[in-house]
Design a protein around this ligand. Structure first.
Ligand code: KIV
Length: 265
């Protein structure tokens, strides 16, 4: 089995082959996603929401990201593991950004990091790439800036913001990011960016005319009944499957029918 690398991403863009990416934050789920054949697993800072119940991604720390990422790396045989640099880990200074990116790579064993933002973080991202660390950019809706945006609404609908996004995307490709995630922007804008860049553009809520797609694993498996934005397709309704199974277990324990004679020593 050939491991997916940043060279694979490059080749897939050149061949017009779509890249599939899903998030995972633990060993068991990462093993299942890898077995399902996804090209890349993102250890997103959405772990703050999905695994820890926070309402934003802001509270998660570098140590917690490393904890999640190292579990994922231990499970994965093929997919490229990308780890989000969490809020506060790269914004303060270029030196802090490099130090934290190095820690994430060294202590998790992942293959790349992802960083939200454009021009403001050009130097920070450049320095991380210069340190030999592959970087995925992230533009459009960048959840770490939720308080600046005032919510999670679609981004870059207006001309000025769309223009800024295009110039940030070109800049990120020019300084050496090997891929770009674009979140919740008009599909036509995402298509334009994808066609203009030499690196793959992976969309989430950005339409189908990009080079790949990413979703939160728990969202596409239907594990969260209360979160269903338009861009999420549930490929399974695991919330119902799990609660049904737990209810059957509960009933059997209470009825004294579990364990059976065959299930004991
Ligand atoms: O943290 C995350 O899950 C992400 C993706 C959804 C792109 O950044």
């Amino acid at each position: 089995m050939q491991k997916v690398t940043i060279q694979t991403f490059k080749q897939m863009k050149a061949d017009g082959q779509k890249i599939s990416m899903l998030t995972a934050y633990d060993y068991t789920m990462a093993a299942l996603l890898d077995a399902g054949g996804v090209d890349s697993i993102l250890v997103g800072d959405s772990a703050a929401n999905v695994m820890n119940g926070w309402s934003t991604t802001l509270p998660i720390t570098v140590d917690q990201m490393i904890y999640h990422a190292s579990a994922v790396v231990r499970a994965v045989q093929r997919a490229l593991v990308v780890v989000d640099m969490p809020f506060g880990s790269y914004q303060v200074s270029v030196a802090e950004a490099v130090k934290n990116a190095v820690r994430i790579m060294k202590e998790s064993g992942a293959g790349a990091v992802k960083i939200e933002g454009g021009e403001t973080y050009r130097e920070h991202i450049s320095a991380i790439i210069d340190a030999g660390i592959p970087v995925v950019g992230h533009l459009g809706l960048t959840p770490q800036s939720v308080h600046k945006f005032g919510g999670y609404a679609i981004r870059a609908k207006e001309k000025d913001e769309a223009q800024q996004l295009k110039s940030d995307a070109a800049m990120l490709a020019s300084i050496g990011c090997f891929a770009l995630v674009i979140e919740k922007v008009p599909a036509t804008l995402a298509m334009e960016v994808s066609r203009s860049l030499p690196i793959p553009v992976i969309g989430i809520g950005a339409g189908n005319c990009v080079d790949g797609q990413v979703l939160v694993g728990q969202d596409m498996l239907g594990m969260n009944d209360s979160f269903k934005p338009r861009f999420v397709r549930r490929f399974l309704n695991l919330a119902t499957e799990i609660t049904d199974a737990v209810s059957r277990y509960n009933n059997e324990v209470k009825a004294g029918t579990f364990p059976s004679a065959d299930e004991q020593y």
